[in-house]
Design a protein around this ligand. Structure first.
Ligand code: IPE
Ligand code: IPE
Ligand code: MG
Length: 250
């Protein structure tokens, strides 16, 4: 039997929001603009959502910016996305720091250029002592990669005799994932109309509430965010229990 409340708190307190920011390319295409214009416009929407999360006292925001599968895109688009990532790391960090945001980048950094790796390190360090919103940017991130790297770390510890096989449980696996023991995501939002997870934080989505919208990411704003929060608030999170049990617990 699993531990009493293994996957999150009961009730609808919104602490962690995660978003697949999809639809940049289609947003640009609709305007007869190059796809890259959509990615640039997407960055404005990121600024807005970070501001909204700060205003609403949300503890953690996790944004999917570039998946491990996105390297399959045309070389030109990938290189423009890398440039945009580098520029954002340079230009946005001061504002994040001024807003007390703790910036963390999750994903396999080893595939990025040395320049980007250095910028990531610098940006994360600059925001390291902050105490406000935790902002995860998932870049070259894949949920399968994450679970695999956790398994590898654990196997190594077992091999070296640091931990015994009996100690390998869900908590230990979680501790080795990129998000670690940070509060689990409560609300998952995907813009752009697709109804799939696309290899995002698959472990953590086990008990998350899903909200899909056709809005393309660059058009995402406070109003749609509030609609998503409203929908989340109206749901009953049961974590395996019955509805009656929850009523008697309240
Ligand atoms: C999401 O928008 C951004 C990234 C994956 C980098 P897309 O670029 O996937 O936009 P669509 O889905 O093609 O419209
Ligand atoms: C998922 O979007 C990744 C990001 C938003 C960064 P994609 O547009 O790459 O997803 P698929 O390929 O349609 O599943
Ligand atoms: Mg897409």
């Amino acid at each position: 039997m699993p531990a009493d409340n293994p996957t999150g708190s009961l009730g609808n307190q919104l602490k962690h929001v995660c978003i697949i920011m999809d639809g940049n390319g289609r947003w640009a295409k609709k305007r007869f603009m190059p796809r890259f214009a959509g990615h640039k416009a997407g960055l404005n929407a990121v600024r807005k959502i970070v501001g909204s999360c700060i205003e609403q006292d949300i503890e953690v925001l996790t944004l999917f910016a570039f998946s491990s599968e996105n390297w399959r895109r045309p070389e030109k688009e990938v290189s423009l996305l890398m440039e945009l990532f580098a520029t954002a790391l340079i230009r946005e960090v001061k504002k994040l720091d001024d807003n007390n945001v703790q910036l963390r980048i999750i994903g396999d950094m080893s595939d990025f250029s040395e320049k980007i790796q250095n910028l990531v390190e610098k940006a994360v360090a600059q925001c390291a002592d902050n105490t406000g919103l935790i902002l995860h940017i998932a870049a070259n991130y894949g949920g399968r990669w994450d679970i695999t790297q956790a398994a590898r770390q654990i196997a190594q510890k077992v091999q070296q005799g640091e931990i015994g096989i009996d100690e390998v449980d869900e908590n230990l696996v979680e501790d080795h994932l990129s998000l670690r023991t940070i509060v689990e995501p409560d609300l998952f939002i995907r813009t752009g109309g697709e109804k799939r997870i696309s290899n995002f934080i698959i472990w953590q989505l086990a008990y998350c509430e899903f909200y899909f919208t056709d809005t393309l990411w660059p058009d995402f704003d406070k109003k749609i965010f509030e609609e998503a929060i409203q929908s989340f608030s109206s749901r009953q999170r049961r974590f395996g229990r019955t509805g009656d049990q929850l009523t008697s617990l309240n």
